[in-house]
Design a protein around this ligand. Structure first.
Ligand code: PLP
Length: 284
């Protein structure tokens, strides 16, 4: 496998960064994961715009232009012969002797780009069965709208979920409301058919899949409410699902062992998944 590291394409086993990289020492960096479908980068411009925003929020300079990043991503995909999977982009504040305050402006940010191949049939098979989620308290900081590489609470939440046999963790805030998944946005459809997902503010990541799905929901004239919902409301929902670049629209059939709807993927979630797929295929 080949990775891009600060200007060079190198074999992944030889790809290294300094022990003084601020990503390694402080998790002082941001990242993006962009889905690759039939060789095309899905919603690439939105991912690059979010990356630019995350960098600006943390006052990290852009390592290369968006155009250069597009070329690098394509080169990494090409060198790894990847048609379906995802591209991972990570930018950190660069390499400097350990000190909490920012290094001088002469220190350039570090950029790495890698890619992974994923068999799209795997996700489809999971979607046909639906997945289980387990809830856990949302222990994250108050700016999770920034796609920071500091993911320890997400790692612990996912691990706990996995240990209970669940596919994803739903993070519950101090008021008992569902924030989002550990690596996805959370959605429910209530008994009157309204699609509900938490509004975007500093308490969730503005998922690109979420944004694109909202476009689809509006284009199809479906009812959407962007607001907080409680775990209790989710347990009484007709359907539930999650969205993310690597999962797309994934039906949820159980929360903490409670069956959602009929205990099978909901018709609306499956329909949204299929429309999302068709739109992605059209853009290839
Ligand atoms: N929320 C969190 C915490 C995430 O880590 C992710 C993606 O990894 C998402 C939501 C979904 O975002 P996107 O649709 O851009 O992949």
């Amino acid at each position: 496998r080949i990775a891009y590291v600060n200007g060079a394409y190198v074999a992944t086993r030889d790809a290294v960064v300094s022990i003084e990289d601020r990503g390694y020492q402080f998790a002082d960096g941001v990242y993006e994961v962009c889905e690759v479908f039939r060789g095309a980068l899905i919603d690439e411009d939105r991912h690059l715009a979010r990356l630019a925003r995350s960098l600006a929020e943390l006052r990290i300079a852009e390592p290369v232009s968006a155009v250069a990043l597009k070329i690098i991503s394509r080169e990494v995909l090409h060198k790894n012969k990847i048609l379906n999977g995802y591209v991972y982009i990570q930018v950190t504040r660069g390499v400097a002797p350990r000190d909490h305050v920012f290094p001088p402006a002469s220190v350039r940010p570090s950029l790495i780009v890698t890619a992974r191949s994923v068999d799209p049939r795997k996700g489809d098979a999971a979607a046909q069965k639906g997945v289980a989620v387990a809830t856990t308290p949302d222990l994250r900081w108050k700016r999770v709208d920034i796609k920071s590489i500091a993911l320890l609470p997400n790692v612990l939440a996912r691990q706990t979920a996995k240990e209970t046999g669940a596919y994803e963790a739903w993070l519950i805030d101090a008021e008992g409301m569902v924030s989002e998944g550990a690596a996805s946005n959370a959605w429910i459809i209530n008994q009157s058919g309204t699609i509900i997902t938490r509004q975007v503010d500093h308490s969730i990541l503005r998922g690109i899949t979420r944004t694109t799905l909202i476009d689809i929901i509006s284009a199809h004239g479906l009812r959407l409410e962007e607001r907080k919902f409680s775990l209790e409301e989710a347990l009484g929902a007709r359907e539930a699902f999650i969205t993310g670049a690597t999962t797309l629209v994934m039906p949820v059939v159980a929360i903490d062992g409670h069956t959602i709807g009929e205990g099978a993927p909901g018709p609306m979630a499956l329909k949204l998944r299929s429309i999302f797929h068709d739109e992605a295929a059209r853009s290839t």
